[in-house]
Design a protein around this ligand. Structure first.
Ligand code: C5P
Length: 315
């Protein structure tokens, strides 16, 4: 009889894209960030990150990406600039341990698409490496580390539907009465978030210090009524994004003329998100947009969970 020997541990964490149902933006603060009142929703378009402990002979750290065919592999750095590498360094420093791990990221969330794909990977890295290193980081500390990595990373940890304040990093879960169906249309060429915020400042030099609230929309989210929600969707970055990328306006109009309840730019863009009444409605709309020549049209529903373990194999 042989005794099984534990030779490796794989930890896979799944993390979702987000849409902003409300993105109220105020005038830039002294630190350059914009105060936000935002309502995030995590949707079922996910990246999977798998972390493995290196063997004795292996390099201590390795990061590999595999991307969906609609993502340009060259668009994501795999060096120390990658947000996954930064998450690893930050978590290791927090615990005073060396950075160790072989990481594979399967990316389905478009890059620089306004869907917080990088933030999703950062959140997944924190959760996976915390497990891999048996670091037992408290939830509060994970949220603090997440906020250091980026404004959207704390939300990527908690998922669901949530209110974001501060620069977006202060998150509170919200009651959500619906299953929301979205059609997402990414663009080949991304938009850099800082560019869109800079353009916002140019277009709105008199933006209020306090960002516009989301009270009515919160009621619509709780009601579960997509027709009501559609009317109240708001994104203050939409105008600057459309000014930088007028082609997106044509796409939004096309989606609405094909029956979407409403089309909006997701976050800082360029992904367009169309709210639908049901899964059938979303599939019909996706088909119509594909017939109009869009090659990448994704259907996703929300709200889904934040970064969570999907596999823990002991081999
Ligand atoms: O926090 P994160 O690294 O995701 O932000 C990326 C960039 O987006 C910032 O450097 C800033 O230019 C802009 N930003 C902003 N106000 C926010 C969030 C992001 O101006 N609330």
């Amino acid at each position: 009889m042989s005794i099984p020997v534990r030779t490796s541990v794989n930890i896979t964490v799944r993390s979702a894209a987000k849409i902003n149902l409300h993105l109220g933006v105020g005038a830039p603060r002294d630190d350059g960030f914009h105060p936000l009142t935002t309502v995030y929703q995590a949707v079922g378009l996910c990246d999977d990150l798998t972390a493995t402990l290196p063997g004795e002979q292996d390099a201590p750290w390795d990061l590999r990406l595999r991307v969906a065919d609609y993502i340009d592999p060259g668009a994501v750095p795999v060096d120390d600039d990658n947000i996954v590498a930064r998450a690893a360094t930050l978590l290791a420093a927090h615990h005073g341990v060396p950075v160790r791990g072989h990481i594979d990221v399967d990316k389905a969330i478009p890059v620089a698409g306004g869907l917080a794909g990088g933030s999703a990977d950062a959140a997944a890295a924190l959760v996976a490496l915390d497990r891999l290193w048996d670091a037992r980081t408290s939830d509060d500390d994970l949220l603090t580390l997440a906020a250091e990595l980026g404004s959207d990373v704390p939300f990527a940890l908690i998922g669901g539907t949530a209110l974001g304040t501060g620069r977006g990093e202060l998150v509170t879960p919200l009651p959500d009465g619906g299953t929301w169906w979205w059609v997402l249309v990414p663009s080949r060429d991304g938009l850099a978030t800082p560019d869109v915020y800079r353009h916002f400042d140019k277009l709105f030099p008199d933006a209020p210090a306090v960002p516009p609230p989301a009270d009515e929309l919160l009621d619509a989210v709780a009601s579960g009524d997509p027709v009501r929600l559609a009317r109240l969707l708001r994104n203050d970055l939409q105008e600057p994004a459309l000014d930088l990328r007028p082609d997106l306006g044509v796409l939004l109009e096309r989606g609405e003329s094909e029956g979407a309840l409403r089309g909006i730019i997701s976050g800082s863009g360029p992904t367009c998100a169309f709210l639908c009444e049901s899964s059938d409605h979303a599939r019909d709309l996706a088909g119509a947009l594909m017939r109009h020549g869009r090659t990448v049209v994704l259907v996703a529903n929300g709200a889904v969970a934040g970064a969570h373990l999907v596999e823990n194999l002991h081999g």
